[in-house]
Write a protein of this length. Sequence first.
Length: 433
Amino acid sequence: MSIPLQFGGVLRHWRKRRGVTQQQLADLSTVSVRAIRDLEMGRVAQPRQDTVRLICDGLGLTGRARAEFHAAATRPDDAPDWWHEPPDLPPAYDRLIGRTAELADLGEALAGGQRLTALVGVAGVGKTRLALEVAADCYDRYRLPVLWSAYAGPPANPTVTLIRAALGAGVAPVAAVSAADQLGAVIGDRDAVIVCDGYDASTLDVAALTGLLRACRGLRIVVTSRTPIPAGGVFALPLAPLPVPPDGLDPAALREIDSVRLLLHHARRSGAEPCLSAGNADTVAALCRRLDGLPAALAGAASWLLFYDPAALLDRVEADPFAVIGEPATGSELRGALRTSVRDLPPQEQALLAALTDLGGTFSISRAATVAGLPAQWCARLARNLSVRGLLRPQPHPPGTEPRFAVPFLVRHAAQTAGDLPGQPPMIAAARS
């Protein structure tokens, strides 16, 4: 019988949280540095309680933290084989560019015990890619087992997919027991992470997931979604597009902007090596802004830099962005997803988006409220909901002035070309009644 690998992750987590090296912890606890290394790597069959006590003293753990540390060291290893194996995740085809702050926020939420987290954002913003990075990090750093369920169309019950993954391909679920109950029995009180990728409020069995959280005290759940998840206690983390550059940056400064980094990275992968110079820096900046800093759009458009200079590509994006975002299927898929995001809005939010699209450019909430004929407080509430969904984007504004926003170019273009936006501000008055 071997100690669960989770304990090594728990020890490593607390050591790093205290900001000490393995050698420093050895000095503080009087436990040898080799023993600490072996514990963190999961090589020790069963740690002695005296060793656990000394490490607790060295880390300064008290109260509940100390009790949970001891419990992690003595927990019987009755987990199935897959529990200690690397998670079966979809492939990540490229390195993650940018997202340092978001990765830290999501990792901190999970490591800090946040039970239910919703990563919310518009299509193409990179929710799945960020979730993959966090899931891999949970296993690599803390040895937390990860189960992954990707939405594949109705019927949408993530617990069915998850229980099949948990039991293994050769073991059939028990027909008379719900998938959620079976999954809860497999996980028990152990620490684990579940990722439900691509679900939304209409396709996610929120009751089953909240039931799992009640039954499994060490479980964390991450949902990636285009819409907020209606569940109590959920930590909503809106995922915005990558930062876009202003005009006036020199080429060296421009290369430090994440949206530019991503565009140039994918251009090089496609065989293009655009010469970023003082002469075209503003054009490249404008191209990234027109693509809204959206990772999927930047990656899709980058290959055209093999055939067009930045100015010519910007002209094509202005005319029809989805024709140059990628392959026809890719561009159509993103256009369709953005149209769906608009069509699925509640009537008041859809009408406000129409008014703001007609307004054009950037605007403050007070200006938006005036144009839409709404009280400022109500307008701010609706605008906040649009912003969480990625359908409004904050804009730079001088210090001391009212914050400003804009409807992303791709959202505006997708909705207008489909006739999805209901049209004029009077729609809001109708929605209010």
